[in-house]
Design a protein around this ligand. Structure first.
Ligand code: ADE
Length: 225
């Protein structure tokens, strides 16, 4: 998978790709991530990429032309399956979206800043808009890193243990059951007997029950989906 990220602040974005699972995916050649500084497509000496908004109001709006130039250049080089815009005023990212995106070949991610982008960018270029939650970040860079992490770890061959993504929270709309490791008894806090029983069918049933109970308590909305 190739991911092209368009940003006004590439340095803010790069570090998460140099660690852990995203680095492993890149090192293995399974994922390729390219950063494009929108200022390189801006106007004049200051490489301007934003302007005041029509109709008045505080906050700058990212202009269509630099974004058009950057996206058009990328599109002249290859076809893209999705052009994603990270923005708080969109549907929230979930595991199902991450699963779907992990099967794509080439995607562009546009990160917003200030008051966001001129609506015509969204109308003309964007095929999918994603929020990572109901709160506003300073820019879309951290949101893009979150999206990439959620997607890249699902690409076949990235995770060492191929089954582990399948048992993640949310994979079947349930939160994960509790997990334990040694010691079996820590200051009187004991690991449930069932997990030490070696009876794997019973352990599976117990885990499913725990996952269901946890979901009912903490995220009952997931059970409605
Ligand atoms: N940009 C600013 N806030 C955001 C959010 N919550 N999700 C995605 N992009 C954003």
């Amino acid at each position: 998978m190739r991911i092209d990220i368009i940003t006004v602040n590439p340095d803010l974005l790069k570090s998460p790709f140099n660690h852990s699972m995203m680095k492993r995916a890149i090192d293995k050649g399974i994922a390729e991530v390219h950063f494009h500084n929108l200022h390189d497509y801006g106007f004049g000496n200051y490489k301007q990429i934003d302007d005041t908004q029509y109709g008045g109001g505080a906050g700058m709006v990212m202009m269509i032309e630099p974004i058009d130039r950057c996206i058009s250049k990328l599109q002249s080089e290859r076809n893209y399956d999705e052009i994603i815009y990270m923005t708080p005023d969109a549907a929230t990212l979930n595991q199902s979206t991450a699963n779907t995106l992990s099967l794509k070949e080439n995607i562009i991610i546009l990160t917003g800043h200030y008051k966001g982008v001129d609506q015509r960018v969204r109308d003309a270029f964007i095929t999918k808009e994603i929020s990572i939650g109901d709160y506003v970040l300073t820019g879309g860079e951290l949101a893009a890193a979150v999206l990439c992490d959620a997607v890249i770890r699902l690409i076949p061959g990235v995770l060492g243990d191929e089954t582990s993504a399948l048992t993640d929270s949310f994979q079947d709309n349930l939160l994960s059951p509790p997990v334990y490791t040694r010691p079996a008894n820590y200051k009187g806090m004991k690991v449930p007997e069932i997990l030490q029983s070696g009876n794997f069918p019973k352990i599976d049933t117990w885990r499913n029950e725990q996952a269901y109970q946890r979901t009912q308590q903490i995220r009952p909305d997931l059970l409605d989906e």
